[in-house]
Design a protein around this ligand. Structure first.
Ligand code: SAM
Length: 231
């Protein structure tokens, strides 16, 4: 890489299956000066798996406000930086926005190295309308805020996509059932690209039962079809 013109690379990494890493992602991780990551243990394991040894810089949610100016200085000094998150695409419900924005403001090149992203993978295999959708990411943890969002979007004409944690998935489903009703078509995608990958698709009342009868360990993407969509 040309050190005179520093670049911030936004590098997508696997969401489970390590074979999903792209050749370009690996090349970028090999060639950069520093890998900025959320957790050095997670990224260290990934780098080790591919025989890459690289300086790491912690860039995670709680430190993003302070870490962005430091990273910006490193870029200004000519260092090429590859930003990764624990899994998937940085900036998508993950840190990165502040440094990308700062680089754009300073005229520093920002280059995406696209790859895995949980919501895109879930949507692509869901069978739900995929030409237009609203990716919401994580809703607030509080029931009232979640229900309020659902009520406001009950008649939304596009697929809704959410991330949800294993600790809140059952509450999420119960609230969705109350607001959207049992006939609404949904897809719950669990552990995508991993050993126990499952797609629960159909009427919300049926999917709710299946989720309740299966383990809620793992990672989830929830998709809710527009009101009049029949499956
Ligand atoms: N930046 C990531 C991306 O590109 O998808 C998302 C990071 S966000 C902090 C983590 C959430 O993404 C999880 O709580 C889950 O909702 C979703 N997720 C990540 N990996 C997943 C997988 N393999 N299967 C299902 N959902 C996943």
């Amino acid at each position: 890489m040309d050190n005179k013109s520093a670049t911030l690379y936004i590098v997508a990494t696997p969401i489970g299956n390590l074979s999903d890493i792209s050749e370009r992602a690996l090349q970028t991780l090999r060639d950069c000066d520093i890998v900025a990551c959320e957790d050095t243990r997670v990224t260290g394991t990934l780098l080790k798996r591919f025989g890459i040894s690289k300086e790491m810089f912690v860039y995670e949610d709680s430190r993003e406000r302070n870490a962005a100016p430091i990273l910006l200085e490193k870029l200004k000094s000519g260092l090429n930086i590859a930003l990764v998150s624990d899994a998937g695409t940085p900036c998508i419900s993950d840190p990165g926005f502040r440094i990308a924005r700062a680089c754009r403001a300073e005229g520093i090149k920002v280059v995406p190295i696209p790859g895995p992203c949980a919501f895109a993978a879930a949507l692509s295999a869901s069978g739900l309308p995929s030409d237009s959708f609203l990716f919401v990411g994580f809703l607030p943890a509080k029931t009232a805020a979640r229900r309020n969002f659902f009520e406001k979007h009950a008649d939304f004409g596009h697929t809704l996509i959410f991330y949800e944690s294993p600790y809140r998935i059952l509450k999420f489903i119960d609230d969705a059932l109350d607001v959207f009703g049992g006939d609404r078509v949904v897809c719950v995608a669990k552990e995508i690209t991993k050993l126990h990958e499952r797609f629960f698709t159909g009427k919300l009342s049926d999917v709710a039962l299946q989720i309740k009868n299966s383990s809620t360990k793992g990672e989830f993407v929830v998709l809710i079809a527009p009101k009049d969509f029949g499956f």
